[in-house]
Ligand binder design. Sequence first.
Ligand code: PLP
Ligand code: TYF
Length: 402
Amino acid sequence: VFEKVPGAPEDVIFALTSAHKADPFPNKVNLGVGAYRTEEGKPWVLPVVKKAARIMVNDDSLDHEYLPILGQDAFRKAATQLILGADSKALKEGRVGSAQCISGTGAVFTGAQFLARHYPIKGATCYISKPTWANHRAIFEGVGFTVFEYPYWDAKTKGLDLKGMLIIMEMAPAGSIFLLHPCAHNPTGVDPTPDQWRQIADVMAAKNHFAFFDCAYQGFASGDLDKDAFSVRYFVERGFELFVAQSFSKNFGLYSERAGNLTIVAKTPKIKDQIESQIAKAQRAVISNPPAYGSRIVSLVLSDKDLYQEWNQNLKSMANRIIEMRRLLFNELTRLKTPGSWNHIVDQIGMFSFTGLSAPQVKVLKEKYHVYLTDNGRISMAGLNTKNVQYFAQAVDDVVRN
Ligand code: PLP
Ligand code: TYF
């Protein structure tokens, strides 16, 4: 019956991981997937996560019963506090809702699906940054939205195209949905400054646009959880109703455990309840209820003062190693006098650097040097370490010159 089903293309980032794995070349480098790696090039189980897991193993009160449809209460509470700040006025006013979801991806989907069904402005479209994480378009189109792009990356300055972004925000029909990265933008590593966020909020408020933040890297941008939440908290302070999809894949290293949360800031407690009830109804039909393991680790760490402190240290060590790799790569390219300016390597923020390398250059990196990265020139900084950064810089120098 399925003869006519066309094959679908592979996910490019997962395909890079497979290609790298299959490559026998000893000095191969994987700068594809946005997953943290140690100086030894290995995945890192955060020590605080190991500690929490040991506590859980010995906790006889834990079982494998179903969680509630909207997930574990302690996790939802801790996650919303983490992003909004424990002293958030909206939290105190009882108008913040939440749903535990299948990690950040599930939280974006859950929010998008709710908007597709209940957003009151008929025919509203969704705007995503150009460029953005490929799944944003897939998810919003998947639930039926027409998706447009707003300018974000300025190839000339290798920085933010704030002017272009604001013009499109002004031109978009009132009440459009804007998907925003609160920090550590994927793939560009370029974030608005606090003052630029104020300008973005001004236009969004004037046009009555809806802000949907996708927060996959809280703590990864600056190493400071509060600083990285500035944009979201500022929008809440300004009185926006908004959604925040939160992922704990990167900042807890819990990639495969699918710990995520959708934070909902509503106008009133009653509206919050209405939204939560619809999300519960929808979630039941998709996953019935979310998984417990990752969310238990997160809530345990977030609710214990000592574990929280230790997590902050673990987080800082990841952020600092990435910053160190930016500096090493920049120094190496400078030493080699590689043509072009490379300041953006150290200026960009978070897991990724958008190098400005072209697709043909990326192809040579892969075929001649066994260095794997996406065609748009994005590199995952954590894939670099003191043993391969020179090799990578040399390879970049070669492709830029030839
Ligand atoms: N949003 C962005 C911008 C991402 O980069 C990612 C990927 O890591 C996610 C969401 C979701 O990741 P996950 O589903 O693993 O939480
Ligand atoms: O951009 C990245 O590398 C991460 C990981 O379908 C990822 O966000 C990549 C592709 C994907 C899911 C996660």
